[in-house]
Design a protein around this ligand. Structure first.
Ligand SMILES: *Cc1c(COP(=O)(O)O)cnc(C)c1O
Length: 478
């Protein structure tokens, strides 16, 4: 792009921006089971107004924007109470689950650098269901990941398996409440016992569940302890931009004690310029997300959230039961919150997704990995309430249609061709060939994704990662 010579009118720029959105996911109706957590027009309007009001304030320096310091302390104090922490629990606001997780991993790393200088190659034990953000944190912060398979039936990690994975270099263990993929809660209490016994850092990833699970518990659901009530838990991540329905860019990272959080903070006075003290990864940052989160939390209020949770829970139960009743598909696990995963032993799930997509639904594909088969994921939120019947009706029809579609020569070819390709060392040429076979030209995506998903699914994870990296590197060019 070359920017306009003399500037465009406000109307023209806004109209152009609007036009860019025409092929975006249509989440407004409530038929998207992911990406956007929509609490309804009125709540969203309040969030947007608060966001706008604080858009220009800069979180870079809370000594000059004292309102932002106040908001961050309020939000962290709310998080500490919500997650049953005592008066020692502290926390900070971040831009999202990924940033909260990176911060907690950094804090754990630097805490151990001080306490255990003998550890030169720190290790973090991750169940295979731990969110990719932990792998990103490990990648950024140079920590070795020790992967532990989850139980093939429940998809929860077994505490004993985690114990077995502990070495002299272990600094950190992770459990999810719930895990994104199957929506089940790891045995945090048992992991907490191990953490205390072995003097290790335990992080609960409650990005999805931290806000909602306490409400489900109040509604009578059997929610196991996952929060600061478990003595071994050192830190917790809890997103506000998911089930608290704050506008995006809102998460909290909380610590049992400020002695742990201390290692999260970055101060720099070793340059010629202003003094830097950052709580989080970003430096200059808008006050918008924080103000919006504060506004939405207080606008909806406790009883409001309980009501939203009640309806959400009912929708989850209807959808989960409905899926179980459809021939040809099955739940991977009984959802412990609002995330539903299902698969098929007879029908290609990627075809089901394409068929549903053609009918105006967005449901999410997940590739097979380790002992988890390729499956379909639904994150059910307030905006989906009321759509249960239609979803299930279309799903049943789409499973039937998908059953008639061929798996595709492509996937067969890829499976056959895999022997020829050195998967640990896929070349750019191999990648281009595979993408072309899947109907992907340079920088373009096909309407139906079953081909590409099938190809990716047939490849080992390292090869997938290489292909995706190369694809995106080609996508973001002039
Ligand atoms: C969404 C999510 C994350 C990552 O959060 P972002 O806000 O997308 O960065 C981490 N863990 C779990 C369990 C999640 O659901």
């Amino acid at each position: 792009m070359k920017i306009s010579e003399k500037g465009m009118s406000e109307q023209a720029v806004l109209a152009q921006l609007e036009a860019f959105r025409k092929d975006d996911l249509k989440w407004q109706e409530g038929r998207a089971f992911g990406y956007v957590f929509d609490p309804g027009k009125d709540v969203m309007a309040v969030g947007k107004r608060a966001y706008n009001a604080f858009l220009s304030e800069n979180g870079l320096d809370f000594t000059v924007f004292r309102s932002l310091q106040r908001l961050e302390r309020d939000l962290a104090a709310f998080g500490a109470r919500h997650l049953r922490g005592d008066e020692h629990v502290v926390g900070n606001f971040s831009s999202g689950g990924t940033e909260s997780i990176i911060l907690a991993v950094k804090a754990a790393r630097d805490y151990h650098r001080e306490k255990r200088p003998d550890i030169k190659c720190p290790e973090m034990i991750l169940p295979t269901t731990a969110h990719a953000a932990f792998h990103k944190a490990a990648h950024y912060l140079d920590i070795n990941v020790v992967s532990v398979a989850v139980d093939p039936q429940s998809f929860k990690v077994r505490a004993d398996d985690v114990r077995q994975a502990i070495t002299a270099n272990t600094i950190m263990m992770v459990g999810s409440a719930p895990s994104y993929a199957q929506g089940v809660i790891d045995p945090i209490t048992e992991l907490g016992d191990i953490a205390l016994e072995k003097d290790l850092w335990l992080h609960t990833d409650a990005c999805m569940g931290g806000f909602l699970l306490p409400y489900f518990k109040r509604l009578g659901e059997p929610v196991p302890d996952f929060d600061f009530s478990v003595p071994g838990v050192s830190s917790i991540s809890m997103d506000l931009h998911k089930y608290a329905y704050s506008p995006k860019g809102a998460s909290l990272v909380l610590y049992r004690h400020k002695n742990l959080r201390q290692h999260q903070i970055f101060a720099c006075s070793s340059w010629i310029g202003y003094t830097i003290i950052n709580n989080a990864v970003q430096s200059s940052k808008s006050g918008g997300p924080m103000a919006a989160a504060w506004a939405v939390l207080n606008y909806v209020g406790d009883t409001g959230y309980l009501e939203i949770a009640r309806k959400n829970l009912a929708a989850v139960k209807k959808i989960a039961a409905g899926i179980e009743a459809i021939d040809g598909i099955r739940l991977l696990a009984q959802p412990q919150m609002s995330l539903v995963a299902f698969t098929s032993d007879t029908v290609n799930v990627f075809h089901i997704i394409d068929e549903m997509n053609a009918r105006g639904w967005y449901i999410q594909p997940a590739l097979s990995f380790d002992n988890s088969p390729a499956h379909i994921h639904l994150s059910i939120n307030a905006s989906n309430v009321g759509w249960e019947k239609d979803l299930l009706k279309d799903l049943e029809a789409c499973v039937r249609t998908a059953a008639t579609l061929p798996e595709g020569d492509l996937v067969k070819m890829v499976r056959g061709g895999l022997e020829q390709i050195d998967l640990e060392n896929v070349s750019d040429e191999d990648i281009k060939g595979l993408l072309a076979m899947a109907g992907i030209g340079e920088g373009s995506l096909p309407d139906r994704m079953a081909g590409i998903n099938g190809v990716l699914d047939a490849l080992p994870a390292k090869a997938r990662e290489k292909i995706l990296t190369s694809f995106v590197n080609d996508l973001f060019v002039q």
